[in-house]
Design a protein around this ligand. Structure first.
Ligand SMILES: *Cc1c(COP(=O)(O)O)cnc(C)c1O
Length: 397
């Protein structure tokens, strides 16, 4: 759909994240359609996105939330409602005591942990479904930091470890081995899961295919995903969960910043310094790493997916942050016009792994949180939260 709303036009001091609820609803409809066609249940992995001011736009379409900590469980309970499924590489006793009254599914990473805490689960007056996370020892994720199947992995049990374990009290399995991938990767992963864990698949009632399904990206094979889920459900008579994070909010958010200075560099590329930071406000730019898209500009090194012909992008800048970390560079870009102090720069696709991961490094102000709805005539802008000195002082103590 054609976007007419100008995300940079909000009359508020930058930086701010702005979430477009119209884009969010379109993503939600894709997920709702998959649930309808397959009967699977889709959860929101809260570690990717916990900005609860828009949970009311999401929860009606989804089955619930996937949480990994007490904070996430409480937030899911208060603001999302519906099913809460929990997984963490290890639980403490106090943590489990706090969350058990609120959760419906609990995934253990090891037999040790299950044996240690199963009495707490039994003491609850509601049924809590317990599962084991498995490690299928197959992942097509290239980057080590995102690969949960290396031989040093701490996630889940390998088939040889699970081989002699009784499944008493356990009625589900969970794996999470993908990152920004298509349904073809899920297909190949499931072949290995079946080969290595077949006897368990016949004993359990539910399985969680984890996250990393890039469902809402252009060209994702939704039909293929539905077919895979339906085939698997028929074969093993299981309930299937998906718990993506990124796919729910892909391309729904922007980070708007202002150019504070432009430094001419006669020996290299000119540098524009912005009132935002990769390290503090979009940490995956450094961690992953990747170069985010800027609206109306072009990433250098990029050869595809642009509507700006090469010759038009004549003004080249390194876009840097205002922190004192040397490597806090967002990337190199070509602009149609020279950048000037006061210009606003809009980074695209900034909902996932940003707001829930940002920091106050260097005392930087956290970006405000704004929502809009580009399907409405006036954009329905709402300034949800601004951060101040007290937020910084309160955290540092
Ligand atoms: C991070 C994570 C997810 C969500 O992954 P996305 O790549 O955001 O879809 C789901 N499940 C588990 C266990 C995770 O750690």
């Amino acid at each position: 759909m054609e976007q007419h709303f100008d995300y940079a036009s909000v009359n508020i001091e930058t930086p701010y994240y702005i979430i477009d609820r119209a884009a969010l609803r379109r993503n939600m409809e894709v997920h709702a359609d998959i649930q309808k066609r397959t009967g699977c249940r889709i959860l929101l992995a809260m570690k990717a996105f916990s900005t609860w001011c828009v949970f009311h736009d999401m929860a009606p379409y989804l089955a619930g939330a996937a949480a990994s900590s007490t904070n996430e469980v409480f937030l899911a309970k208060e603001e999302f409602g519906k099913i809460i499924q929990m997984y963490s590489p290890a639980y403490s006793e106090s943590e489990l005591k706090a969350v058990l009254p609120h959760i419906d599914y609990l995934v253990f990473n090891s037999v040790n942990q299950y044996e240690r805490f199963r009495h707490l689960v039994k003491e609850q007056d509601r049924k809590i479904h317990c599962g084991y996370r498995i490690n299928p020892e197959y992942s097509e994720v290239q980057m080590e930091i995102y690969n949960p199947c290396t031989n040093r992995s701490r996630f889940g049990m390998r088939a040889e470890v699970l081989a002699d374990v009784t499944m008493k009290g356990i009625d589900g399995l969970h794996f999470h081995t993908m990152c920004q991938q298509g349904s073809d990767v899920l297909f190949r992963t499931l072949e290995l899961v079946e080969e290595r864990f077949e006897k368990f698949l016949r004993k359990i009632k539910w399985i969680n295919f984890g996250g990393g399904h890039h469902i809402t990206r252009k060209g994702y094979d939704v039909d293929g995903l539905c077919e895979i889920i339906n085939d698997f459900k028929d074969k093993y008579e299981l309930e299937v969960f998906l718990e993506p994070g990124e796919s729910h909010v892909l391309n729904t958010g922007y980070l708007v910043a202002t150019v504070l200075d432009v430094i001419e560099n006669p020996t290299s590329i000119d540098v524009a310094i912005l009132d935002t930071s990769a390290s503090a406000h979009m940490p995956d730019v450094i961690e992953m790493p990747y170069t985010p898209e800027i609206l109306k500009a072009r990433r250098v090194l990029e050869t595809t997916d642009t509507d700006m012909p090469l010759e038009e992008g004549r003004y080249k800048y390194i876009i840097g942050s205002k922190t004192c970390l040397s490597g806090d560079i967002i990337g190199e870009y070509l602009f149609k016009k020279p950048l000037r102090v006061g210009d606003r720069v809009v980074f695209a696709d900034m909902s996932q792994y940003t707001i829930c991961k940002n920091t106050m490094f260097n005392g930087l102000k956290l970006p405000a949180i704004v929502t809009c709805d580009s399907d409405t005539p006036d954009g329905n802008v709402q300034i949800v939260k601004e951060f101040h000195y007290e937020d910084f002082k309160g955290r540092m103590s």
